[in-house]
Ligand binder design. Structure first.
Ligand code: CDP
Ligand code: MG
Length: 937
């Protein structure tokens, strides 16, 4: 590199507007250098001693000798590009005659029919059939079949529970069978959630007096009970059907596709609808049925060219709705605390940022509630009005109120199950423990007369099935659920619904490129659905834990998920379907996402090499699309396999894809921090912490002390078991794509480097890059318990470690560079999880690595034009060479996956990397950072 390289310096990617101008202004000052004002802030020196460089060069030389088959690689690449050449439409045309096609088979037709006739005489079947006949969908039997015959696309709208999901597929199948065409019928019905695919399939098998796997089955990711190929119904998640399109894009194996619950507007159903529109003209025999609850159905019909619509009138029983004011009036509960008036009195005393925010919230709350209170003051007791003034009266913040209401229903209302809608896992778990150990006297009387069922998509499917069974006599069922019980799970005996009015929603801030998961008020459409759940078997009551004034502020219906999500995974999946121009394709969706969101997604995929510069899928991208995790985590897994440190890396990936196994009982935050610090073994990594936890948990299982271990360390044993499950899945997927030679993540051959912590950090960095952060200063607080971190990312000038991160309490770090997976904005921008990494790892695995001279003539090597490290040219040359070889190796392995064997020529590159990284253990970088005192001056 010569000095001319300086001319190529461009502004760091994160800068905007005025900052860009300032950057170039500073740059131009190089002509009149001012020694006291450097424009490039140099990080620590990464020069490598000559003797070590020589060893690295020797490894590279030996590796280079094996690169002679570069031509072979080119051939691979050509094949791969050919595969990508066709666009989705060309791709489906070329697959028109496929081996999947359903052929007419007279023998099968007859067999299916005689089986069905036989079954009709079975008294058990007859009893179940009679029950089915009560469902509104069955009453429309002929109309539905007629409409399917007449139309290629049909929209069926009906309130939840009217029998759409369970009956419509059966109607179709039986019609084929009785018309001697059973062999040509395969109905696929998509479900938005795993749990509903399984339970609905079981229900239908029960109604048909069969076991799963005959004419009815289900398929969810990594779990299936497949029905026969023809004369059958398959319930699958929408994601599974999208996956199937990769091998059978015209859906030749399917005669009828039913997309259920389209009103939920999940990314998958929106995509599937757009793809079906392309497929339809090429498959004149394919029938498509869209099913929706009664929410904005006109929009769907319009999207499919004003397709024919059938409305199924439900036979719902009336449901009485009580709003918060009515509930407080009726139950007499008044122990609310957060009265803004009281808070305002104390305002002068607490002037912290938090109390400022609190008082803004209070003001907003008062602005909403006060005018309403004036309206209703003659209708309700003064105590009710006072209670409504407290912000914790609405929603589910006040657990005691919920407890009181549930037991009040037990005490005063006739039998019937209670369904409580809560926002998330934590609320469910807290209320669950309160109900098991009630605090109120009324609760203690009824605690043994209730059976509580927590229902959450993260709980294992087996466990959730019990919720459909009737409770023993005298026992009342209380179901604590998220939105999952709103439409996709129907529990028959519900008579009382308690709607907290809160739910968790994903949001995506396009400008900041930030994903958030926030609790928010539900929409009016959600409330309507929730209410409906109470009137299924008899007249019911719905308790809304919010006032009528609050309801007025709610949105009418949910914002489509695709407008609230990062698009990386979606883009990759579309690329796998040969969608060349994703930007164009997204514009054909029912709600096209923001252009900037698409650009952000494509840019990230390019930076991690999942797409090439032109935006074409790379072989690595193809592997990432096949792994059921976010692309960066997928990359980490592939690297972990290639670098033979699979066990720890699968632990990290499982922890990031699922959730942390730690739980924090109220008031025990300090103790949990202490436990985490202990388990993190000073590694300054939330990711390695998960690995340590998994290892210790395994050890504890050896002497059967795992329960004790989990209890002492605030670990959720269920989550740990699920993490182990996921690790197994990852290992078998990596085995299936030949990156490893064993499907066991503990296999010796996959773990030769698993103890090399520096390498593990680097592999984590390779996956999470470009999510980097830099700590410019750290100070202990006076009490010596906490630390104040001056942390920034290329995008934000100030971020913080989340208080739950092990790094948030640390004040000394061997390196000031971090990688992270999740950044979240709440009160400020938090990095939820972080791993300290050394500069060399960023230089080897990062992108946009360049060299140049500072204005003081110091040679540097930089990463992403963001972090600059002092470096001697000899080191830079070797490192750049290494990067080139590594890229080559990655490409080759992605095209032709196989494990890198120890002592093979390719292993030299791993060895070379290890030599460079191992210096981090020896060097002490920490004295090269500015000390906080220097900075302050
Ligand atoms: O799809 P839709 O909401 O219109 O109704 P469904 O899911 O087909 O449910 C129709 C009826 O089947 C419900 O009212 C329940 O009585 C019953 N069902 C059940 O018992 N168990 C299930 N897993 C699903 C449905
Ligand atoms: Mg349904």
């Amino acid at each position: 590199m010569d000095r001319n390289d300086r001319e190529r310096i461009r502004h760091p990617p994160g800068l905007r507007g005025r900052d860009i101008g300032l950057f170039y202004r500073n740059l131009s000052k190089r002509k009149r250098p001012r020694p006291d004002e450097p424009t490039i802030r140099l990080g620590p020196c990464v020069s490598v001693p000559q003797a070590v460089l020589a060893r690295v060069e020797e490894k590279l030389y030996r590796f280079a000798q094996s690169c002679e088959d570069e031509k072979v690689l080119k051939d691979f690449e050509a094949q791969f590009r050919h595969l990508l050449f066709a666009d989705f439409e060309d791709f489906i045309v070329t697959s028109k005659s496929s081996s999947y096609e359903l052929l007419d088979n007279e023998f099968q037709n007859q067999r299916y029919k005689s089986d069905a006739l036989l079954k009709e005489r079975d008294p058990q079947f007859q009893r179940r059939y009679e029950q089915r006949m009560n469902l509104p969908a069955m009453k429309q039997h002929d109309r539905i079949l007629e409409a399917i015959k007449e139309n290629q696309v049909l929209l069926i709208v009906g309130s939840t529970g009217c029998g759409k999901t369970t009956q419509v597929p059966q109607l179709i199948l039986d019609d084929y069978i009785f018309n001697n065409r059973g062999s040509q019928c395969h109905v696929v019905c998509t479900q938005p959630r795993r749990i509903s695919a399984v339970t609905v399939a079981e229900r239908v098998a029960y109604e048909r007096c069969e076991h799963l796997g005959t004419s009815v089955g289900y398929q969810i990711r990594l779990e299936s009970e497949m029905p026969r190929d023809s004369g059958s119904i398959l319930y699958c998640t929408t994601g599974v059907l999208l996956q199937k399109l990769q091998s059978d894009p015209l859906m030749n194996a399917v005669s009828i596709v039913i997309i259920d619950e389209i009103h939920e507007r999940s990314v998958e159903t929106d995509l599937l609808m757009a793809l079906l529109k392309i497929i339809l003209p090429h498959r004149p025999n394919l029938k498509i049925i869209l099913m929706s609850a009664t929410v904005s159905e006109e929009e769907f019909s319009a999207y499919f060219n004003n397709c024919y619509t059938i409305n199924i009138e439900g036979t719902m029983f009336p449901v009485k709705v009580n709003y918060l004011e009515d509930i407080i009036q009726e139950t007499g509960f008044t122990r609310f605390h957060n009265n803004p008036h009281e808070c305002n009195k104390n305002k002068a005393r607490h002037r912290s940022k938090q109390s400022n925010r609190q008082s803004t919230n209070n003001l907003e709350y008062s602005a909403m509630i006060e005018p309403y209170l004036r309206q209703i003051k003659d209708k309700y007791d003064n105590q009710v009005l006072q209670s409504l003034r407290c912000t914790d009266s609405e929603g589910c913040e006040n657990l005691q109120f919920l407890e009181h209401l549930i037991f009040y229903i037990c005490d005063t209302k006739p039998p019937g199950a209670i369904l409580v809608f809560l926002p998330g896992y934590d609320n469910i778990s807290k209320l669950n423990s309160v109900l098991l150990n009630p605090t109120l006297p009324i609760g203690q009387r009824y605690a043994r007369k209730i059976q509580v069922y927590p229902l959450h998509s993260m709980m294992p499917t087996v466990f959730q099935k019990n919720v459909f069974q009737s409770p023993p006599p005298g026992i009342r069922k209380v179901i604590l659920s998220t939105t999952v019980a709103e439409t996709s799970v129907t529990i028959d005996d519900v008579v009382y619904v308690i709607n907290s009015g809160r739910m968790k929603t994903n949001n995506y801030n396009v400008e900041a490129n930030l994903q958030t998961l926030e609790e928010a008020w539900v929409t009016k459409a959600n409330t309507k659905q929730r209410k409906g759940r109470a009137g299924r078997v008899q007249p019911g009551i719905c308790y809304n834990l919010f006032s009528r004034a609050r309801e007025k502020t709610m949105l009418d219906q949910i914002v489509p998920e695709i407008l609230r999500s990062k698009l990386e995974s979606t883009i990759l999946n579309m690329k796998m379907l040969h969608v060349k121009d994703v930007g164009y394709f997204f514009n054909t969706l029912i709600s096209p996402p923001n252009q900037q969101a698409v650009t952000n997604g494509i840019n990230l995929l390019k930076r991690i090499n999942a797409l090439d510069v032109e935006g074409t899928l790379t072989p690595l991208g193809m592997h990432l699309a096949r792994l059921p995790v976010d692309p960066p985590i997928g990359k980490m897994l592939v690297m972990g396999a290639l670098f033979r440190c699979l066990d720890p890396i699968t632990s990290v990936a499982a922890g990031l894809s699922f959730k942390s196994p730690f739980f924090t009982p109220l008031g025990k935050e300090r103790e949990v921090d202490r436990v985490k610090r202990h388990l993190s073994a000073n590694q300054r990594s939330d990711h390695l912490l998960i690995d340590n936890v998994v290892l210790s948990y395994r050890e504890s299982r050896e002497d059967s002390s795992e329960r004790d271990f989990c209890y002492k360390n605030f670990l959720n044993i269920g989550i740990l078991q699920q993490l182990e499950d996921m690790k197994r899945q990852f290992a078998s997927l990596l085995r299936a794509s030949s990156f490893t030679d064993s499907s066991n993540c503990n296999a010796q051959s996959s773990n030769e480097n698993s103890k090399n912590i520096t390498l593990l950090r680097a592999i984590i960095a390779a996956g999470l890059y470009p999510n980097m952060a830099f700590l410019s200063k750290v100070r202990r607080t006076k009490n010596h318990v906490n630390a104040i971190h001056h942390l920034c990312t290329p995008e934000e000038r100030r971020v913080n470690f989340h208080p739950s991160s092990v790094n948030s309490h640390e004040a000394s770090f061997d390196s000031h560079y971090f990688v992270y997976f999740q950044k979240q904005k709440s009160s400020s921008v938090y990095i939820l999880d972080a791993t300290m990494v050394f500069p060399m790892a960023l230089i080897i695995f990062g992108d946009g690595v360049e060299t140049g001279y500072t204005e003081k003539n110091i040679f540097y090597i930089s990463v992403a034009r963001t972090y600059f490290f002092k470096c001697d040219p000899a080191t830079a040359k070797v490192v750049l060479e290494l990067r080139k070889r590594l890229e080559w190796l990655m490409q080759k392995r992605a095209l032709n996956p196989s494990p890198i064997l120890p002592n093979s020529s390719e292993d030299y590159i791993i060895k070379a990397i290890q030599i460079l990284l191992s210096l981090d253990d020896v060097y002490d970088y920490s004295d090269q950072y500015l000390s906080s005192d220097e900075e302050q001056q």
